[in-house]
Design a protein around this ligand. Structure first.
Ligand code: AMP
Length: 197
């Protein structure tokens, strides 16, 4: 099963991806997590990405496409994977389609978490507070100012993917404002349906 979780920052993609990992035994490929690891390790990619990420803007397609291409060739991706936070531009969407086609693979489904923008900044601030309370590092981009830019980037560059995947007959929408367990149940239903067809 190869699927994409689509939605703005704070939509709950990471939370739901983690549940899918536990249930289906396929890895979560979060480009945000991979980039943060690169920043921490001070790799060449990390050095190039840091300022862009701190500003809430998107890292170049070239960088993220290369990271994902390398990652999907690892053994744990053989049964499938969950793309979380990737693709984020139309060029990335084309790149992932090509990447998969080159390997004789294809995407099974794209699940959009439909959310109310007004709730998002609150969710992001809560995530920052929870990380702090748990003694974990707080993401530098989890604050109200940078969040504004992240949401703008989403509408400018990522939201067009909704139409793109709809046109490709891959889009399924779930209500991301429902309780976490309900969202999981909706996603389970979509996946069961996808596997049946
Ligand atoms: P996330 O953890 O998905 O919210 O991503 C955090 C930040 O990493 C984003 O604001 C971007 O700067 C960068 N990033 C993550 N994934 C991508 C992507 N697919 N394309 C470009 N930039 C990305």
């Amino acid at each position: 099963m190869k699927l994409i979780l689509l939605g703005p920052p704070g939509a709950g993609k990471g939370t739901q991806a983690q549940r899918l990992v536990d249930k289906h035994g396929i890895p979560q490929l979060s480009t945000g997590d991979m980039l943060r690891a690169a920043v921490k390790a001070e790799t060449e990619v990390g050095k190039r990405a840091k300022a862009v990420m701190d500003a809430g803007e998107l890292v170049s397609d070239e960088i993220v496409n290369a990271i994902v291409a390398e990652r999907i060739d690892q053994d744990d991706c053989a049964k499938g994977f969950i793309l979380d936070g990737y693709p984020r531009t139309l060029a990335q969407a084309d790149a992932v389609a090509d990447m998969l086609a080159e390997r004789g693979l294809h995407l099974d489904v794209v699940i959009e978490l439909v959310v109310d923008d007004k709730a998002l900044v609150g969710r992001i601030l809560k995530r920052a507070e929870e990380a702090k309370a748990a003694g974990q590092p707080v993401r530098k981009d989890d604050n109200a100012e940078v969040f504004d830019e992240r949401l703008r980037e989403y509408y400018k560059k990522t939201a067009p993917l909704i139409g793109y995947y709809y046109a490709n007959d891959l889009l399924k929408q779930v209500d991301g404002m429902a309780a976490i367990d309900d969202v999981t149940a909706q996603i389970d239903a979509v996946l069961a349906d996808t596997l049946r067809n």
